[in-house]
Design a protein around this ligand. Structure first.
Ligand SMILES: NC(=O)c1ccc[n+]([C@@H]2O[C@H](COP(=O)([O-])OP(=O)(O)OC[C@H]3O[C@@H](n4cnc5c(N)ncnc54)[C@H](OP(=O)(O)O)[C@@H]3O)[C@@H](O)[C@H]2O)c1
Length: 303
């Protein structure tokens, strides 16, 4: 498959905020994009910011079967239930790109995708699905894409180029798990605390809260190091403070999920960290405490 051919036909599973954002940008870059949703509609009209609406084919089995690339942009806890039913409908050389917060949602199903090049993308772009017809690009960011299996190594460059043409900047990172740990480490510090305190990221800069974050960082860096990836306690603390300052006006995704009575991605953020900590017999009491408090909030939201 050469660069020009790559990803001509793209299907996006999960037409939420990020899925819709990429659908519009990839369409604008000349790709043929279709959507796969939970519903049965055969087309969906979407506009990006104030641009004219684009009419996307939707839930069409022929589009799914012809896809060169499937992008999975459901939330971490939705990945398996959304993806498993459509895997058998993909052609053998269809690339699969997962993108969600956290870790642990894809690893267990990776062996079932051994025929396909499989990638992961982590993005700092911000998107908001304002309503059924409009997606807003709320924050400029960057996207890092890396391979999750050997077949993906070969095609990494052309996939990154396709994203760079559509919504730059996109970077290739063949050590994607390091990039994911870097992100999860900061999410473990910011997301649960902002959700529990019902505050914007910037409010975590108070002295007593920074002391808690420093403890979180030392637990997190011990786990990441035991996993064989690089993480320095002091550097993580400094980086977390930078992110708190740079995103001071933002509400974290976990804050928004709790605020809107939705399930959070805690199982794939702090929950994944705790699972790996248990595997290495590392004590992580501060992270465990935040995890349990978020689970309590989620349980209260259920009622
Ligand atoms: N939004 C951002 O700015 C942003 C930035 C960086 C990373 N992320 C991460 O990207 C991921 C997606 O976030 P998001 O904000 O785009 O979430 P979202 O708006 O909730 O989008 C998820 C979409 O997946 C759909 N979906 C769920 N189960 C499905 C199924 N079985 N079949 C088909 N579609 C299904 C949902 O449909 P329903 O509406 O029917 O449930 C929804 O449209 C999350 O992990 C998030 O943390 C988001």
């Amino acid at each position: 498959m050469n660069t020009l051919e790559y990803g001509l036909n793209i299907c996006i599973l999960g037409a939420g905020a990020i899925g819709s954002l990429w659908a519009c940008y990839l369409n604008n870059a000349g790709r043929t994009v279709s959507l796969w949703t939970r519903g049965s509609e055969s087309s969906l009209s979407l506009s990006l910011d104030d641009q004219p609406a684009i009419l996307f084919p939707c839930n069409q089995e022929s589009q799914l079967a012809n896809a060169d690339l499937l992008i999975v942009t459901v939330k971490a806890w939705q990945v398996q239930s959304a993806f498993k039913p459509i895997l058998s409908q993909l052609k053998a050389d269809c690339s699969i790109l997962f993108s969600h917060n956290g870790m642990g949602a894809v690893e267990t199903i990776l062996p079932q995708m051994s025929e396909h090049p499989v990638f992961f993308a982590t993005t700092t772009h911000g998107a908001l699905r304002k309503n059924q017809q409009q997606v807003l690009h709320t924050g400029q960011g960057q996207t890092i894409i890396g391979p999750l299996n050997d077949k993906a190594e070969v095609e990494l460059g052309s996939l990154v180029q396709a994203f760079n043409l559509a919504l730059p900047p996109a970077h290739a990172d063949s050590n994607i798990y390091q990039a994911l740990w870097n992100k999860i480490a900061i999410n473990c510090c910011i997301n649960p605390l902002t959700a529990l305190r019902d505050c914007r990221n910037g409010e975590l800069a108070a002295k007593d809260t920074l002391e808690i974050i420093e403890t979180l960082c030392s637990e997190i860096s011990a786990v990441i190091t035991a996993e064989g990836f690089s993480c320095n306690n002091a550097e993580l603390f400094a980086r977390t403070k930078q992110v708190i300052e740079a995103t001071s006006k933002n509400f974290s995704s976990m804050h928004q999920d709790i605020h809107h009575n939705r399930p959070t991605e805690i199982n794939y953020i702090t929950g994944y960290l705790l699972e790996r900590a248990r595997a290495h017999n590392i004590d992580t009491p501060m992270n465990k405490n935040l995890f349990e408090q978020i689970k309590q909030k989620e349980a209260q939201n259920d009622h």
